[in-house]
Design a protein around this ligand. Structure first.
Ligand code: AOY
Length: 489
């Protein structure tokens, strides 16, 4: 049956803030101690795969879901009807609480949210966000928002992983090649591998804090709409298997020649493992089409897509070096003729980047020769526990008395939470530490949201600058490319 779009009785997924929480939170207004006037909670990474995280994505969640007149009579009615059926009881739903926000605050949420600036690289175990209600009647609202705010784990974890891979890539480029090439060395192939279009936008956007290459176009819309980016990511013409195999097995060379003809200049990528990646490199690219590739004003990027990546990549580098020639750079590593490069996009994850570059280095190949594509491992193969993110209450006000609160389970000390009102301090060595709010020193958390309004907007440009304003990355920005010394052929 066709949907009747003339009626607006049911909101679409995401449209009703009252429903963007865990069911049990609907019942929590009845559970705090009598006289509770303030609930103050904070968000942190309790450790994980990486020792520091790149904070990113809060602005999207605030602007998309929380800012403005989010509470309306229609939404209260809709939520109440759902709760009544969901719990079998309408009285668990805090109708009076939501009507109070509608009547006394015009539907704007009476909370204050502070956060570290997006793009900041913060060691784990530090406060990243704090939330507190600004109206004592709305003590129950702070943690109602946990579910949505904690979803910042996802963009933050993608940005963290992507940056960690960038640092690893830079290490190899510094040893064997040209560090300035880092920005295009990890291309996002992940759109099809994520669970939703929204995740593609958010996660793909997070990757683009660190890199400029993406095939996830949802990320372009996300960063344009929420982070003021005109064009944050770039791509190039590239083949997929269908555009090669549709020519028939005996015509792979014709399919490949067509790629060179259709895209006569600039960079073009051609997946070359449809039948035999080694023969494709030695016989098709290396013989049949060799002169077309060499004459071409641009770079052919050959893409293997199967096999054990370190073995396949080094083997085809040797084949291509043989066929096309190479130079040896100032660091003593071989660099293929400019017209030929490789992109490895199959089987990639954080560890595989190092495995491939180290196998290449062992055989004398510069990291300049190869870039990477990463899909599911970049945008989907991570979860809230990758960096152990948690949102916990650390302070309450009950009957005018402020109290520290915390958890300290004997069954797992790694789940201990911090106590008190918190601030994030910059340390003498340029790092960060978390202290009680009363500690002297400038708080690195800034208020980003108050009473329904977004107070500051951060742009992708600022966020990129912040994420790269760390010693490891600054060193690279001032490095010089290695001159070429020797040419074979
Ligand atoms: N894209 C660089 C440009 C993109 C892609 C996207 C899944 C590209 C391939 C390439 O060179 O080969 C999604 C797999 C590949």
């Amino acid at each position: 049956m066709e949907k009747d779009r003339t009626k607006s009785n049911n909101s679409d997924l995401g449209d009703n803030l009252l429903l963007l929480t865990d069911s049990y939170k609907v019942t929590h207004w009845k559970q705090y101690p009598p006289g509770t006037e303030k609930v103050y909670s904070y968000f942190e990474s309790r450790g994980g795969k990486f020792g520091e995280t790149v904070f990113f994505g809060l602005q999207y969640f605030l602007e998309r879901y929380i800012e403005g007149q989010v509470v309306t009579k229609e939404r209260i009615d809709e939520a109440e009807a759902i709760m009544k059926m969901h719990f079998g009881n309408a009285s668990l739903f805090n109708r009076k609480g939501w009507e109070y926000i509608l009547d006394e605050h015009g539907g704007y949420l009476p909370v204050s949210i502070k956060a570290v600036k997006e793009g900041t690289v913060v060691p784990t175990h530090n406060v990243l966000i704090t939330v507190e209600n600004t109206d004592p009647n709305c003590y129950w609202l702070t943690n109602y928002l946990e579910t949505l705010l904690v979803q910042t784990w996802y963009p933050t974890t993608v940005a963290t992983l992507s940056r960690a891979i960038k640092l690893r890539i830079i290490d190899y480029l510094e040893e064997t090649g040209t560090p300035e090439l880092a920005g295009f060395k990890l291309h996002d192939f992940g759109f099809r591998g994520v669970s939703s279009v929204e995740s593609a936008g958010i996660g793909g956007g997070a990757h683009l804090i660190n890199f400029k290459g993406t095939d996830t176009m949802a990320a372009l819309v996300f960063l344009r709409n929420y982070y003021g980016a005109e064009m944050p990511g770039f791509s190039i013409p590239a083949a997929e298997h269908s555009t090669i195999t549709a020519w028939g097995r005996e015509h792979e060379a014709d399919a490949m020649r067509n790629m060179l003809e259709q895209f006569p200049e600039g960079t073009v990528a051609v997946v070359s493992d449809s039948y035999d990646i080694f023969k494709a490199c030695s016989d098709i690219w290396g013989k049949v089409l060799r002169s077309d590739v060499v004459k071409r004003n641009g770079t052919l990027v050959i893409r293997p897509d199967s096999g054990n990546p370190p073995e396949v990549v080094t083997k085809i580098l040797d084949i291509l070096g043989d066929r096309f020639g190479y130079t040896v750079n100032a660091k003593g590593y071989k660099v293929l003729l400019d017209n030929v490069r490789i992109i490895q996009g199959d089987g990639m994850d954080y560890e595989m980047v190092g495995s491939i570059f180290s196998a290449m280095k062992e055989r004398g190949w510069s990291a300049d020769n190869v870039s990477f594509g990463m899909g599911g491992s970049l945008l989907q193969k991570l979860n809230r526990d990758t960096q152990k993110f948690a949102f916990k209450c650390s302070s309450v006000m009950v009957n005018g008395e402020e109290r520290d609160v915390y958890k300290e389970p004997i069954t797992d000390p790694s789940k201990n939470s911090k106590a008190g009102r918190l601030k994030l301090l910059r340390t003498a060595d340029g790092s960060y530490s978390t202290a009680k709010e009363s500690t002297p020193g400038k708080d690195q958390l800034v208020e980003v949201f108050r009473d329904g309004r977004l107070l500051r907007r951060q742009t992708l440009d600022e966020i990129r600058a912040r994420a790269s304003a760390t010693p490891e990355l600054q060193k690279v920005l001032s490095a010089n490319p290695a001159p070429k010394l020797y040419t074979k052929h």
